[in-house]
Design a protein around this ligand. Structure first.
Ligand code: 0RA
Length: 647
């Protein structure tokens, strides 16, 4: 037991340990500062923080398997087969390394930085934050033939690190239960964790990541392991869209500024799906690496097209949007000291990375095009079609603008605008159908609520090129009303409303229209979705009346509860009971619509958030692409319980 840590008595607190207590206290006082929020997002963040440490160990080449378990009580276990967190006593802090990792802010498992080339972890806050925010946390380390164990309560150790005796294997096991005193939501969402872990597995070729949900009746293990890494990711993201070439273009390169890995593939679709990562973190807001990639794509493809006489005289050069139409692309860079900027700290700031990525993509893509002339030709053909469509759309838009200018009014005729103009106060309801639109117009508070009725099914933007998208009346009305423009011309600051609320019937058709609208926002105004502007209204499913009492139920459970209450337990057979099932918004009069769905003081709105743009992407392409069956299934499954539409 030569390595056993020396027990320290309670009285002999070092100044280091006092710092520790102060640090953890700060985390518990202002958890949002460390994990972003104490809602579901922060709750899930705890798991990522622990998993990131194991993945760092994998990136350093010492770990092949990470396993995540959700237990019945929503506690979590993360196990890896890495080297195990060091247990020997730190020379100056005089506590075991693992204890330091569990209690020191910003250290995490990475207190000895020289061990790692690069490391993930969103804010790099480390596992000590998870410890501080957990009702309890247990850590087990297997190293050098022994097992070590320590337990914490709300960040405070219960005992010294204990040597549990001989043990086989190596690795670290961390179990924790998020503190209900801290988190407003303590139930884990399997889909959310699963998609993040799948993403991690794609980004770390060969690494095996598994997840088990012990809360399920018959727990099953899902295992993610991709020998194809990013190339396999791109094929997964492409989904049902038809590829223009196989396999995807792929390269990796090591530069002094960054390690760069890229896979991309063109398909017959019209959307662009580029996802960028820095040290395994999804950089939703892009940054220097993305800028470098875009510049290289445009330049290399134009160069190749010119050199091979593939552009006609009438064609100008291909724009960035043109060469990215129908492109699915994943760029993953690893940077020593990433600078994260932007609203959600997911934009890479390091300017030196731009040039490194640009040069690497220029070089490798040029070679690939030369070596694959058939693929090159279909890519350029596709870009040319995009360019011509864009030109046609521009002409149509100019015409429409002139027409508008002549007519004087720019806003769509069907829009009932609000009187306030300060976007932070206003909202627009996009309402299915003219009759519901009429009720909404009468029921609304016209000072801050605008109504835009749209006719039935809008155009499926997933299957149309930009010129057709822009020639669609419903789509044009939405774009002008919202005011931000689309795609590359998008400007969040120009938004005319602070909330965009989708209000459709609570039936299968309504769900379809809602999905079409979400697809539109995701493809054409993604930042609006990312910035949390998009909401879904929740109209009631039932009106339950007895005598003068009337209640609204938004779910089957609620209906049952209300019926029980108003009938004193007699149930649906009780006399004088009237249950009305709302099949459409149009069945409510303006007052009812206001009271149940539009009045900010009593309504529920569901905010559309985007945990993973990549996941959303694949959902939308699968859903809204050419295959009808997955769409039908998804819509039926989610028709009423929109809550499951977890983008
Ligand atoms: C620092 C140094 C070493 C390993 C780790 C941290 C480590 C941390 C975590 C957190 C979760 N799993 C982990 N696995 C390893 C390496 C020390 C050495 O053996 O040289």
């Amino acid at each position: 037991m030569a390595e056993s840590p020396s027990p320290s008595s309670q009285s002999d607190y070092t100044s280091g340990q006092i710092q520790v207590l102060k640090g953890l206290e700060a985390v518990r006082k202002r958890p949002g500062m460390y994990i972003g929020s104490t809602s579901a997002r922060g709750l899930h963040h705890l798991v990522y923080e622990v998993v990131d440490n194991s993945i760092d160990e994998a990136m350093a080449g010492y770990c092949t398997h990470v396993e995540v378990v959700i237990h019945q009580d929503d506690s979590i276990t993360v196990v890896d087969d890495g080297r195990g967190i060091p247990v020997d006593i730190h020379p100056t802090e005089r506590v075991p390394g693992v204890e330091l990792a569990m209690t020191t802010l910003h250290a995490g498992g990475k207190f000895d930085k020289s061990n790692y080339k690069v490391s993930g972890g969103l804010h790099g806050v480390g596992v000590s934050v998870v410890n501080a925010l957990s009702e309890w946390l247990e850590v087990e380390v297997r190293r050098d033939g022994r097992l070590w164990h320590q337990r914490y309560h709300r960040g405070i150790k219960q005992k010294e690190l204990e040597d549990m005796g001989p043990a086989e294997g190596r690795g670290t096991r961390v179990s924790f239960k998020p503190d209900a005193e801290i988190f407003t939501e303590t139930v884990y969402n399997l889909d959310t964790l699963t998609s993040r872990l799948r993403e991690m597995a794609f980004l770390n070729r060969g690494l095996r990541i598994s997840i088990v949900d012990e809360r399920a009746k018959e727990p099953e293990e899902e295992v993610f392991q991709y020998e194809g890494g990013l190339s396999e990711y791109v094929v997964y993201l492409r989904g049902a869209r038809q590829a223009l070439h196989e396999p995807p273009f792929y390269f990796d390169a090591e530069k002094p500024e960054a390690e760069i890995e890229l896979a991309m593939q063109y398909d017959a679709g019209f959307s662009e799906n580029t996802h960028t990562f820095v040290n395994n973190i999804n950089t939703h807001e892009g940054g220097s690496h993305l800028t470098g990639l875009k510049a290289a794509l445009t330049r290399t493809i134009n160069d190749y097209a010119k050199k091979n006489n593939l552009l006609k005289k009438a064609d100008h050069s291909l724009s960035g949007d043109d060469v990215r139409e129908g492109l699915t692309c994943v760029l993953s860079v690893r940077v020593m000291e990433p600078q994260f900027e932007g609203q959600t700290k997911t934009k890479l700031g390091n300017s030196e990375v731009r040039g490194a990525v640009e040069a690497a993509v220029n070089e490798h893509l040029a070679i690939w095009l030369e070596e694959n002339p058939k693929s090159a030709k279909s890519i350029i053909e596709k870009s040319l079609q995009a360019a011509r469509a864009r030109e046609a759309a521009r002409k149509a838009r100019d015409l429409a603008r002139k027409k508008n200018a002549l007519e004087g009014g720019v806003l769509p005729g069907k829009l009932a605008d609000c009187s306030l103009s300060d976007a932070s106060m206003t909202e627009i309801f996009i309402v299915e159908g003219d009759s519901a639109g009429g009720s909404a117009k009468q029921g609304r508070d016209r000072s801050f609520q605008a109504i835009l009725p749209i006719k039935g099914k809008i155009l499926n933007v997933e299957r149309a090129r930009i010129d057709r998208v822009l020639s669609n009346d419903e789509v044009r009305a939405m774009i002008t009303a919202i005011g931000t423009g689309i795609r590359d011309d998008f400007d969040l600051a120009a938004a005319r409303y602070g909330k965009i609320i989708i209000m459709t019937d609570a039936d299968v058709d309504g769900a379809h229209i809602r999905t079409l609208l979400l697809t539109f926002f995701f493809r054409q105004m993604r930042e609006l979705m990312e910035a949390g502007y998009i909401y879904i209204a929740q109209p009631p499913l039932y009106r339950v009346a007895k005598g003068k009492e009337e209640y609204y139920a938004y779910s089957e459970d609620q209906r049952r509860d209300i019926v029980k209450r108003v009938t004193n337990g007699k149930g649906e057979e009780a006399r004088g009971l009237n249950i009305q099932r709302y099949k459409g918004l149009g069945e409510m009069n303006p007052d009812q619509l206001w009271a149940t769905t539009m009045d900010p003081s009593s309504r529920t709105l569901m905010q559309v958030t985007m945990e993973s743009a990549a996941e959303a992407d694949s959902i939308f392409s699968r859903l809204m692409g050419d295959d009808v069956e997955p769409r039908r299934q998804f819509i039926e499954k989610n028709a009423r319980y929109v809550r499951n539409l977890d983008i």
